[in-house]
Design a protein around this ligand. Structure first.
Ligand code: CA
Length: 133
């Protein structure tokens, strides 16, 4: 990984080739909500403006002080989740699609992991499964 961003191959290795179990994804999601929920002035389980939430999954790495009691992450898993939240970038590290909002369920973006990640640099997947360059 160079300057904080992963290549197509690295992202694929972190996600598709080594899937993160759903319980860990859900823990990362709820940790992000716990960290950012109150920032909008109302603790209601909803992050009003996810763009203002900069929670990093690295806080959930096993053994760290901020790690959850269960479903903590390896460093590679945390890096992969942060990349999913950040969104895909091309070889020049420019964003080519939006990331997943922190607080949104990872199950909503199965297409994202299976299609977009495997063709990170050249293809963009849409929620309807259409593809275009
Ligand atoms: Ca809130």
């Amino acid at each position: 990984m160079q300057d904080g961003h992963a290549s197509d191959r690295e992202v694929r290795q972190l996600t598709v080739d080594g899937p993160i179990v759903p319980a860990k994804l859900e823990q990362a999601r709820s940790s992000a909500v716990a960290a950012c929920d109150a920032a909008d002035g109302l603790t209601d389980g909803i992050i009003d403006d996810p763009r203002t939430c900069h929670f990093s999954a690295k806080a959930n790495i096993c053994g760290s002080q901020t790690a959850p009691a269960t479903n903590c992450l390896t460093a590679a898993e945390a890096a992969a989740i942060d990349l999913i939240w950040d969104g895909p970038r091309n070889a020049q590290h420019n964003k080519i699609w939006f990331g997943l909002d922190r607080g949104a369920a990872f199950s909503d973006v199965t297409f994202f992991l299976s299609d977009v990640v495997t063709h990170w640099d050249t293809m963009i997947g849409t929620p309807t499964g259409e593809r275009f360059r």
